[in-house]
Design a protein around this ligand. Structure first.
Ligand SMILES: O=C(O)CCC(=O)C(=O)O
Ligand SMILES: [Fe+2]
Length: 201
């Protein structure tokens, strides 16, 4: 049983060098259901190519970037121009900023159509995110396993089951010392939306 001495505080899932805090039902189910279908329908999803080991390959998921139009953002050799915030994304932003105690400038949206869609091992450590960025990651839809492991040494690997309506806060030194991925899985036939709120400096 979890200790309830500090009920508003979530336990750190990382044993050292950074923090990952998990809030399984950050959005109540009816609200999460509503956001899932609204975001699938209303965001401008695209499948974009990225550069990997000198080759251009299609990303195994759909993406969309929203945020401050004056600040483009990119990773893995692509540059994305942010679209203007939608009303739902703004609403979610407000909730998440309160919990994270951070002001975010952008949200990178990922749509995993089923278990064949995925994201490989990486750190969110682009220079524009600053030294020890706080990244707030929200999930709507299918439950998928998110994995993290130390960047150096690759062990131990920690699995986190990301539930519908959940919030995962990554902060402190987590993007220096830990990498993460969302592996493929045969058993998942449903779609999942992930929103990662970021602050560009
Ligand atoms: O889908 C997820 O939970 C992870 C997304 C992620 O790591 C990213 O967008 O950088
Ligand atoms: Fe990431």
């Amino acid at each position: 049983m979890q200790s309830s001495l500090f009920p508003t505080q979530s336990n750190n899932l990382l044993p050292f060098q950074g923090e990952m805090l998990f809030f399984p039902e950050f959005f109540p189910k009816p609200k999460a259901d509503q956001y899932l279908s609204q975001l699938i329908d209303s965001l401008e999803w695209r499948q974009e190519p990225i550069w990997m080991f000198g080759k251009q390959v299609m990303q195994p998921r759909m993406t969309a970037l929203y945020g401050d139009p004056k600040m483009p953002y990119g990773y893995s050799g692509i540059r994305m121009t942010p679209l203007s915030w939608t009303s739902e994304l703004r609403e979610i932003l407000e909730e998440v900023q309160g919990k994270a105690e951070t002001v975010f400038t952008h949200v990178l949206c990922n749509y995993y159509r089923d278990g064949k869609d995925s994201m490989g091992w990486h750190r969110d450590n682009e220079k524009v995110l600053g030294e020890n960025p706080t990244i707030a990651s929200v999930t709507f839809g299918a439950e998928r396993i998110f994995q993290t492991r130390p960047y150096a040494g690759k062990k131990p690997k920690i699995d986190i089951q990301l539930t519908h309506g959940s919030l995962l806060l990554m902060r402190g030194e987590s993007q220096q010392f830990w990498e993460h991925q969302l592996p493929k899985t045969k058993s998942c036939l449903q779609g999942r939306i992930n929103l990662t709120f970021r602050r560009l400096v």
